[in-house]
Design a protein around this ligand. Structure first.
Ligand code: SF4
Length: 315
């Protein structure tokens, strides 16, 4: 520690020598750029040099030792004069802490992030769907889910209650989740578009008035599902239907061509800390219209179960 302080003192003296001819002349100070906020806290030329020394030292060291603007050079000078050694205060490194804080880690932090996103969604009018919805549908489920199910957009029942997948298609999704040995509360369920896309937006009370979100609506709204995925940080996503699959896999192939294998999740606005595998399957509403496809959908879900180490519950 003593050697470190002596080395710092020598470094500071060398710095002072290098500035003697230019920085310490009155002309140099009057011509200098206006001092920044922390520079104005110092009153003498030497104090300004101290600030510069600290800054330049920080820039020239990949991992600078924690320095206090007041104590370190002063402590160095005192050491040079054989005064009692002043131990530099150990301040915590803040850079990694602040970047880690951006990514929710605990379930409570993830829930807080999801609550914030849901609040923004409920206030959102970024696309015309916001003017005709009854309720925005942010999504719901386990904030620390390993598995997310993502569909294309809310329908009549969801629009009326503000919850995802609660109509007939949602009841089938619940059965699909149960067949995997999971409960609805174990996973997170959401949509790419958060408001009800309607064929006739003037009539939200009509059943059968549903349509898929168009490309413009998806482009505007997808930032919300991307932020939700980043907050939850699941290991797997199941895209329900071709619209969600194409958007999240970023591939224009048909659902039939995208099914049957895992892809890497593609997000536009968020960088994921860890890669997320995504598997495409049929939307439950499509399975209600075409029950013959249930066998293929079950085969898809079994692929996810195998990856997650899930066993089908005993009947
Ligand atoms: S669909 Fe998405 S972008 Fe459009 S108003 Fe609703 S939340 Fe906003």
């Amino acid at each position: 520690m003593k050697e470190d302080v002596r080395a710092l003192a020598a470094e500071f003296k060398a710095f002072l020598r290098s500035r003697e001819e230019d920085d310490l002349t009155p002309a140099a100070f009057t011509q200098a750029a206006a001092p920044s906020a922390d520079e104005t806290e110092t009153s003498s030329a030497k104090d300004r040099l101290t600030v510069r020394f600290v800054r330049e030292r920080e820039l020239s060291h990949a991992k600078p030792a924690p320095l206090s603007l007041q104590e370190t050079p002063r402590a160095a000078e005192e050491t040079e004069l054989s005064a009692p050694v002043q131990t530099p205060v150990q301040t915590p490194a803040v850079s990694s802490v602040s970047s880690d804080r951006e990514v929710p880690v605990s379930a409570a932090e993830k829930q807080a992030a999801l609550d914030q996103i849901a609040q923004e969604i409920r206030a959102c009018k970024r696309c015309p769907l916001g003017d005709t919805r009854l309720h925005a549908v942010p999504g719901e489920g386990n904030p620390a889910a390993e598995l997310m199910f993502i569909g294309e957009g809310p329908g009549f029942d969801e629009d009326h209650q503000g919850r995802p997948f609660i109509g007939r298609a949602g009841q089938l999704l619940d059965k699909m989740i149960a067949a995997m040995g999971l409960k609805r509360e174990d996973v997170f369920i959401g949509n790419i578009a958060k408001c009800h896309p309607m064929v006739n937006p003037q009539n939200p009370e009509a059943r059968g008035n549903d349509r898929a979100p168009n490309q413009g609506e998806i482009a505007v709204c997808r930032k919300y599902i991307e932020r939700q995925i980043a907050a939850i940080s699941p290991k797997y996503v199941v895209a329900l239907g071709g619209v969600a699959a194409k958007a999240l896999i970023s591939d224009t192939k048909s659902l039939g061509a995208l099914r049957g294998r895992f892809h890497l999740l593609h997000l536009d606005s968020v960088e994921l800390k860890t890669p997320v595998k995504i598997l495409a399957t049929y939307h439950p509403a499509a399975l209600l219209r075409n029950p013959g496809w249930k066998k293929d959908a079950w085969a898809d879900l079994q692929m996810v179960m195998a990856e997650m180490g899930l066993k089908r519950p005993a009947a």
